[in-house]
Write a protein that binds this ligand. Structure first.
Ligand code: PMP
Length: 396
């Protein structure tokens, strides 16, 4: 049966992660995988999450099925968190198997409702976007979305997105990162969101927003503002929400798929999402969603979660600033490095090619992805100088 099965080429990201693990050098830096680490190098359980878990442990235990849409209280809480009042009365939300599961069922929904639709994807993008879209049978229309100017790969180009939308057919889908772009660290500003919103409205293109890093960019409400603006304006939209980073619930697989639809369509939307879930995994896991429901539903836990998330956000900001301050001035003054100051969230893509990235890991035990992405949230304050020294060593 498997004699002719080709081995898939190894994921270059995991290959780097494995190379890091096998590297015996002290002081090696793992900036490959997108996970937040604290000053002790640990990925913490957030205080509000730990408290919610304590409370849940004291409730009457039951492992009853929750249903194809998952927990309704969770869906409602996530809608409120992400959209506030935007799109109220037009929202259908189901709990999913994390952000990836949300992307997957939403891609499936597009495939069922518009089999010929293309998904416009600005590249580079999250390494799993195209595989998930293709797995649903969708056609991907990739377009470069980074600035062609001296800042090079360091800045996103709203114009590139507008041009892609102008060339789209009505009913095509536009994939957007809600904030803290993975892998580049670029962020759309408020005017960018307004311009893109008007463009998709005019072109009849359906926006599909991936929200994985809210709270880790400029602040929770600031990071969600673009998505909320869009949701208030457009008749139809798809939003994939991950609970992995903002709640630190990576391995609990918490997520939600939100669909905005016109009156009368919500029943078909929910039915289709449930049918897709049923054929795939039937029902999402409950524990992580119960934690998030508890955190978002209790004012004290919600406030504490927001405080801790904000502390994580400002720590990432200071790590990025510290790294850029420690770069040799001959580099730091160049536009492609200056552009990193405007980056937000866990990642930046360094203006370094695959050869320089490989040099970084070979000679300096600093591991990012071959595409140049580094997870700055994986550093401690003491390691920031080491990263800068390694980059200086590779480039100068
Ligand atoms: N979207 C983006 C942009 C991501 O970076 C990730 C995770 N790295 C996801 C979605 C999926 O996250 P998860 O399935 O862990 O919630």
């Amino acid at each position: 049966m498997f004699a002719s099965l080709p081995s898939p080429s190894p994921d270059p990201l995991w290959a780097q992660a494995l190379a890091y693990r096998a590297d015996p050098r002290p002081g090696r830096l793992d900036l490959v995988v997108g996970v937040y680490r604290d000053e002790a190098g640990a990925t913490p359980v957030m205080r509000a999450v730990a408290e919610a878990e304590r409370r849940l442990a004291h409730r009457a235990p039951s492992k009853e099925y929750v249903g194809l849409s998952g927990c309704p209280a969770f869906a409602e809480a996530v809608e409120r968190l992400v959209l506030a009042g935007a799109g109220e009365g037009r929202r259908t939300t189901v709990q999913t198997v994390a952000g990836t599961g949300a992307l997957h069922v939403l891609a499936g929904l597009v495939a069922r409702t518009r089999p010929g639709a293309r998904v416009l994807v600005g590249t580079p993008t999250y390494v799993n976007h195209v595989p998930v879209l293709r797995a649903a049978g969708l056609e991907v229309a990739a377009f470069p979305h980074l600035d062609a100017g001296p800042a090079g790969r360091g800045r996103a180009s709203v114009q590139a997105v507008l041009d892609a939308v102008a060339g789209a057919r009505p009913g095509d889908v536009l994939l957007l990162h809600g904030c803290c772009h993975n892998p580049t660290g670029t962020d759309l500003d408020a005017e960018g969101w307004v311009a893109i919103t008007e463009a998709v409205l005019a072109a009849g293109v359906v926006p599909f927003v991936d929200l994985a890093y809210y709270g880790l960019g400029r602040g929770l409400d600031e990071d969600l503002a673009g998505t909320r603006h869009l949701a208030a304006r457009v008749p139809e939209a798809l939003i994939a929400v991950s609970g992995s980073k903002a709640f630190g619930l990576y391995n609990e697989r918490v997520g939600a798929a939100i669909v905005l639809s016109e009156p009368g369509h919500a029943g078909a939307v929910r039915g289709t999402l449930e049918a897709l879930a049923r054929a795939e995994y039937s029902q999402p896991p409950h524990h992580g969603a119960a934690i998030v429901t508890e955190v978002l539903g209790d004012p004290a836990l919600l406030a504490d979660w927001r405080t801790e998330l904000d502390a994580m956000r400002s720590r990432i900001d200071s790590l990025r600033a510290g790294f850029l301050d420690a770069l040799d001035p001959r580099l730091a003054g160049l536009p492609q490095w200056q552009a990193l100051r405007a980056h937000r969230g866990m990642f930046s893509t360094l203006p370094l090619g695959p050869e320089a990235m490989s040099h970084l890991s070979r000679e300096h035990a600093v591991y990012g992805t071959p595409g140049g992405r580094v997870n700055l949230a994986g550093l401690t304050a003491a390691q920031v100088g080491r990263l800068a020294e390694a980059v200086n060593g590779v480039v100068l």
